[in-house]
Design a protein around this ligand. Structure first.
Ligand code: SAM
Length: 275
């Protein structure tokens, strides 16, 4: 039971804390909670209590259900504070304008984004096939000075990505393509040294496109949601999947990124393709 939620329930005098399992996501000055199983009045009380406790928060929203649809969106209901879903989130020395209801964003991936950005060299050509509002691409460009092409199908996310490029002064390094990643081979001219596929529920469908666009000896950063009781089991399942999809002599290093549900793990494969 997350500490902040437990404290908010106690202060609000709401019983039944055993039903809350996930913590609070804070994106900019917006807090997002999950309170399934509570009555509407109790939810609002918890929202008010969180708003009072978290001094940097101006909006409290409740997430109903999971992350859904092509754009990977949360269904959000207002609980307390201002009525808006647009905010500016800061992480790893960058600032990102995000609409938490109409674009995807998870503050839980900041460490993973830094890990990926730290591996990129200035001379690399980088492609991010599922860029969202730009948290990977902007950080990579800012830290490494590499050129990055971002693809994003959600028009609003692509628009915010361009704003974020300007806000972080990397607009000369980053190009945003508002398109379906499946169409990229007809839209981009160069091959890429490093291709990111940060779309863990669908990345397998797009791996053939990534392979078409990768330079010989290039690298892929491939994210997947995998069913498994632990990292070892999840890694085994992912290795099996990759064996069927990657060219022979590819080398992959697998790591656990985070838990995404009961028995579901988000894994990343850092793949080195053959020359
Ligand atoms: C899991 S989110 C990751 C976004 C971003 N990388 C981040 O970490 O915030 C996946 C993103 O891919 C976008 N997307 C989904 N299908 C797509 C497609 N076929 N082509 C391009 N983008 C797509 C969604 O709109 C969403 O923004």
């Amino acid at each position: 039971m997350p500490r902040l939620i437990r404290a908010a329930l106690e202060r609000a005098g709401v019983r039944g804390p055993e039903r809350v399992s996930s913590g609070v996501d804070v994106v900019g000055d917006i807090a997002i909670v999950r309170l399934s199983g509570f009555a509407a009045k109790e939810r609002r009380k918890v929202g008010e209590s969180l708003l009072e406790e978290m001094k940097n928060v101006s909006v409290v929203l409740e997430q109903e259900g999971g992350i859904e649809g092509e754009y990977r969106l949360r269904k959000l209901v207002h609980l307390a504070g201002e009525r808006r879903t647009l905010t500016v989130h800061r992480e790893n020395g960058c600032a990102f304008k995000v609409d938490v209801a109409r674009t995807y964003f998870s503050p839980r991936l900041s460490t993973e984004r830094l890990r990926v950005a730290e591996a990129v060299g200035a001379e690399e050509r980088v492609l991010n096939m599922f860029a969202g509002v730009g948290p990977y691409s902007v950080l990579i460009a800012k830290r490494s000075g590499a050129r990055v092409t971002s693809c994003e199908v959600n028009g609003l996310a692509a628009e915010l990505h361009r704003e974020n490029d300007r806000m972080n002064k990397v607009e000369d390094l980053v190009t945003v393509v508002n398109a379906d990643a499946a169409d990229l081979p007809g839209l981009v001219k160069s091959k890429f040294d490093r291709i990111l596929l940060p779309h863990p529920s669908q990345a397998d469908r797009f791996l053939p496109v990534a392979l078409k666009l990768a330079a010989p000896g290039g690298r892929l950063v491939y994210y997947r949601h995998v069913l498994g009781v632990d990292e070892e089991e999840a890694a085994k399942a992912l290795r099996r999947e990759l064996k069927g999809l990657l060219p022979p002599r590819s080398r992959s290093r697998l790591r656990r990124v985070r838990e995404v549900g009961p028995r579901w793990v988000e894994m990343v494969a850092d793949v080195k393709l053959p020359r």
